[in-house]
Design a protein around this ligand. Structure first.
Ligand code: ATP
Ligand code: MG
Length: 424
């Protein structure tokens, strides 16, 4: 019979990799808590309408990347391709916006039907962070400083911050007209997608990944040249705040981001160490989104970290991770010893709750079990044979020191283990 395999672009995270994921998750959770962010867990499926309205009809995500289906009632639902829209929907629905300066985060899988390649998958994971109700550049600064601190806590280095400011909807409308003029003048050089977008959403032409379009895009008018006094003042205050806090950055007028809801500041953290998929974190301000999906007018800003890429960076930089090794490995062989093994183990767990203990009381010889004990990376092996079982004792073998084993009474085992495993 054929074996059944995972869906292309959707990965299993195997036990050997989980320690890196947990390292990231643990640090992110702690750090977000210290900045006053609370966890929120929206569902993974939403009405399709939510994403059409927020991300925008004429974007890669909505046009060709969503996993959309009709449920049994004929309602169109979509597996979330990102979760800012879900968090904002939840915040509106549950009145979270009544407290300005609401800080929330969430973590989990997102789904996009993209072409799978290194760093780009169809199910991928994000840590998503949103600060709702703060219009001042202080919000941008907080998010950026928090991400900088996270990279440091995780032990990754070399991530570069790039920033741009898209300005208000009015500025974007003026810019759209300028872009449309520019690209119309170069219509023969446009690919099919871009020609269509020229009519519907010229800003999205700037997202094109088509190499033959890149020179044209490089030379396109820049949104910063459309900025009014307010947009410029906001951005300047942000840059001054970052300068004061010693953050290095580069203003990159080409960053427009692939979603329509952004207004004002946008930013990305990128690395050159992961090949073409170098953006590890992206975000920005979306001051109109809350109202656009039916909530009270409210400024907001957020970012998302791509976990697969961050974990890949951790590996590329050989960041040392806490090892997932048991402290002790209990090897029991023989009928009576096998029965006794779990009782002994439970007594030990009662006495030493933080002990990580693997019990091997199934079939097999001592030799095989001790080999497995070695392979597990445990510090000590607890060896329980028929003879020990009969006399209420157990042998303790130090797997690193390779010295002689000691035999202790089961009553004294907890003390002995505490002394030997946790004392050094
Ligand atoms: P990219 O330009 O790489 O397509 P994006 O601008 O579409 O990224 P966002 O929607 O802003 O990305 O998502 C934030 C982060 O999520 C990205 O910086 C990236 O780290 C990660 N990410 C986005 N799409 C994928 C994907 N298909 N597979 C893995 N990670 C992804
Ligand atoms: Mg993308």
């Amino acid at each position: 019979m054929n074996t059944i395999q995972a869906i292309r672009g959707m990965n299993d995270v195997l036990p050997g990799d989980v320690s890196a994921w947990q390292h990231v998750e643990r640090h992110a959770r702690t750090l977000l808590g210290t900045y006053g962010y609370e966890e929120i867990r929206p569902p993974m499926v939403e009405r399709t309408e939510l994403f059409r309205r927020s991300i925008g009809e004429v974007t890669d995500i909505v046009e060709k990347e969503m996993y959309t289906f009709d449920d049994r009632n004929g309602e169109s639902l979509t597996l979330r391709p990102e979760c800012t829209a879900s968090v904002v929907r939840a915040a509106i629905e549950h009145g979270l916006l009544r407290t300005p300066g609401r800080r929330v985060w969430t973590m989990g899988p997102m789904f996009r039907y993209e072409r799978p390649q290194k760093g780009r998958y169809r199910q991928f994971h994000q840590i998503d962070v949103e600060l709702l109700g703060v219009a001042e550049p202080s919000a941008e600064a907080e998010l950026i400083l928090m991400t900088r601190r996270l990279w440091k806590a995780l032990g990754v280095s070399g991530l570069a911050l790039e920033l741009n400011s898209l300005g208000s909807r009015d500025i974007q409308a003026r810019y759209r007209t300028r872009l449309a003029e520019y690209f119309s003048a170069h219509a023969p050089a446009l690919d099919e997608d871009s020609l269509r977008r020229l009519e519907t959403n010229p800003l999205r032409i700037l997202d094109s990944k088509n190499p033959s379009m890149q020179t044209l895009i490089e030379e396109a008018p820049r949104i910063v040249d459309e900025h009014d006094g307010d947009a410029r003042a906001h951005f300047d205050r942000l840059l001054a705040t970052l300068d004061e806090a010693g953050v290095e950055y580069r203003v990159n007028p080409r960053i427009v981001r692939g979603l329509d809801y952004y207004t004002g500041t946008v930013f990305e953290w990128t690395t050159g160490e992961l090949g073409a998929q170098g953006a590890v974190c992206g975000g920005g301000r979306y001051d109109n989104l809350v109202a656009e999906i039916g909530g009270p007018a409210s400024p907001a800003i957020g970012f998302a970290i791509g976990l697969e890429r961050l974990v890949a960076l951790l590996k590329a930089q050989s960041v040392e991770l806490p090892a997932a090794r048991p402290h002790a490995y209990l090897a029991a062989a023989g009928a009576r010893a096998s029965i006794l093994a779990h009782a002994v183990a439970e007594r030990l767990r009662d006495a030493v709750p933080e002990l990580c203990l693997v019990v091997d009381a199934g079939h097999g010889s001592f030799k095989a079990k001790l080999r497995r004990a070695d392979r597990s990376g445990a510090r000590i092996a607890l060896v329980l044979g028929e003879e020990e079982a009969g006399s209420g004792r157990i042998a303790v073998k130090d797997l690193r020191a390779r010295g002689p084993q000691s035999v202790v009474s089961i009553d004294e085992l907890a003390d002995h283990v505490t002394r030997n495993v946790f004392a050094g």
